[in-house]
Design a protein. Structure first.
Length: 583
């Protein structure tokens, strides 16, 4: 007699366990990645904006696409952009995508920042041990940090920097996990090129590149010649870029770094910058939790590769923070310290919870991230408070009267934009004029530009003025002469060397129209501009770029990079021209 089992009787209990465990380890990782990435994109998009300095990049992009080259003013080769690779990205995108450049910068920056998170999580997944439950850790810190959302869409190279750090984490993690089985495998030339790109993103990212190249050499089982190939591959792109910079701009560093005197120390201001970042968000709490996880990871994993990669990121982040601290930081709240923080959290973006202490650390991070995302914010600051640091997004939202100021039109009522637009109208009308000290004066007969517009913060102003107006940047980011003033008094970070008005009158004004109290200094400024060192600088950046000029600039670049002269025109004459008053 056969017995037929009912559907209930035929039910396999293992099928129930499978149904209850549909979120298997293989599915959990992509789900975490998707949730974290979507959350970050939503947070970044909710804070979309464009900072004033981004419009400097947009002006240079316009000049490149118009055939004038990567310059700030037509006919004058000055590197006003700190990130050559971001400039290349923006030029390429603007050439092929029919969207306003502001929206391109916001969108590309956010996509790149999100990609950096994805790469970091993929790298952390490879670096983590194979036992324990996979949970987000470092990414919780990033998700809960409002400045990370802000600078993903600021129009600057921040998103590109995060994407590169994340990609390096993933690439190095793959190399580290291949160590036990790779033997003397193929030289990782492609990875070496990738980790060597730091100086092309920002010169100070060279700190990360050094740490990552060391990690490649320690992780890959290579002979002596293969190690040299790794080093050569890492320095190839930055090396070619540096030769091009020297020959084209006659400088060893971007003009922005000369203006900011990045090589000099300003410890007290740097400490204020660190506190300004750490204090509003109580960063000691999440950083302490991360330190616990990193210590567990580097002590508990028996494989040398993951430990090497983790330490490379931690050491790179710490040394980079130290460099920011030494240099005095920045005037933009949190901006320069974000890459260092991301580097430290990248290897533990995701972790395996294996002990009660790990679970407590992750719980602390989760609670902090929720509180920070909802409630923790820096105090609203005007543009240029006592310590020189301000929440730039809040400032420009207030100035534009728009919750999401992105395009130039969003800032149309802002004073800097209206003045720049007025200069553009003068140029369009064919007038010759010097707009200085909020006055319109006659322009010197020997001045090549038709309209010279003197301005301080020049991003929005220069974008509104257009390429037909010569914008004289009195803070030096876009002016080769101001950048080489001697630093005499520490001021707001990045604003340490404002050009005295006497130089403006002396370079471009008609002496009979110069204010009487400025006349003597203005004449001295005109004399100083004729002295040999400044004549050499003028020839290096304004003469047609022939092969001979390129070679001459290569030779002169070290000398012109270190050239400094007093901001007082009369003292400058003595320093530049000697006792005879003219060289």
């Amino acid at each position: 007699m056969s017995t037929t089992l009912s559907p209930r009787a035929r039910h396999d209990p293992r099928r129930d366990r499978g149904a209850r465990s549909w979120l298997t380890p293989a599915r959990r990782f992509p789900l975490v990645v998707v949730l974290v990435t979507v959350a970050f994109v939503i947070a970044g998009w909710s804070r979309r904006w464009t900072v004033d300095d981004a419009f400097i990049v947009f002006r240079v992009v316009d000049h490149v696409l118009s055939g004038h080259g990567p310059v700030f003013n037509v006919g004058e080769r000055v590197e006003a952009v700190t990130s050559p690779l971001w400039l290349l990205v923006m030029v390429s995108a603007s050439a092929v995508v029919p969207l306003p450049i502001e929206w391109l910068a916001v969108s590309i920056g956010l996509v790149l920042a999100a990609a950096g998170l994805v790469f970091a999580m993929a790298g952390a997944h490879l670096l983590s041990s194979r036992d324990g439950r996979l949970v987000p850790a470092g990414v919780l810190l990033w998700l809960g940090l409002p400045p990370a959302w802000d600078f993903a869409t600021s129009g600057l190279e921040s998103g590109l920097g995060i994407a590169w750090l994340g990609a390096c984490c993933w690439g190095l993690a793959r190399l580290a996990r291949a160590m036990p089985v790779a033997g003397r495998a193929t030289t990782p030339v492609g990875l070496a090129v990738l980790v060597g790109l730091g100086p092309v993103i920002r010169p100070d990212f060279g700190i990360f590149s050094v740490a990552f190249v060391v990690a490649v050499l320690l992780c890959a089982d290579l002979d002596r010649w293969a190690r040299w190939r790794v080093v050569v591959a890492a320095v190839a792109v930055p090396g070619v870029m540096e030769i091009g910079r020297m020959g084209y701009y006659a400088a060893l560093l971007p003009n922005t770094l000369l203006a900011k005197e990045a090589g000099l120390s300003n410890w007290s201001q740097g400490w204020r910058y660190v506190v300004d970042f750490a204090s509003p968000y109580a960063l000691v709490i999440p950083v302490g939790a991360l330190a616990w996880l990193i210590a567990r990871m580097t002590r508990g994993d028996r494989d040398r590769g993951p430990r090497v990669v983790t330490l490379a990121f931690v050491v790179g982040g710490v040394v980079y923070s130290f460099a920011v601290l030494r240099g005095g930081g920045d005037f933009m709240h949190a901006r320069l310290l974000l890459p260092a923080l991301f580097a430290v959290l990248a290897p533990v973006a995701l972790v395996r919870v294996r002990a009660a202490g790990d679970l407590v650390a992750v719980a602390v991070l989760a609670c902090w991230a929720l509180l920070s995302a909802v409630a923790l914010r820096p105090a609203m600051a005007v543009d240029g408070p006592g310590d020189g640091i301000s929440d730039q997004r809040s400032f420009y939202v207030e100035q534009a009267g728009d919750a999401h100021p992105v395009t130039l039109d969003d800032f149309r009522d802002y004073a800097r934009v209206t003045r720049g637009a007025h200069a553009a109208r003068l140029a369009a009308a064919g007038q010759r004029a010097l707009i200085a000290d909020e006055r319109i004066e006659p322009l010197a007969a020997d001045a090549a530009p038709a309209v010279v517009y003197e301005a301080g913060a020049v991003g929005l102003a220069s974008a509104a003025a257009g390429e037909d107006v010569y914008v004289l940047d009195r803070l030096g980011l876009g002016d080769a002469y101001t950048a080489r003033l001697r630093l005499e008094t520490r001021r707001r970070p990045g604003h340490d060397k404002p050009l005295p008005m006497a130089w403006v009158w002396g370079r471009y004004g008609v002496m009979s129209a110069v204010p009487p109290d400025q006349a003597t200094a203005a004449r001295a400024a005109r004399t100083a501009m004729a002295c040999a060192p400044l004549r050499e600088l003028d020839q290096a950046i304004t003469q047609p770029l022939t092969v001979r000029r390129f070679v001459d600039n290569l030779v002169a670049a070290p000398r012109l990079t270190t050239l400094r002269f007093p901001s007082d025109p009369r003292a400058a004459v003595d320093a530049l021209c000697g006792a005879n008053g003219r060289a």
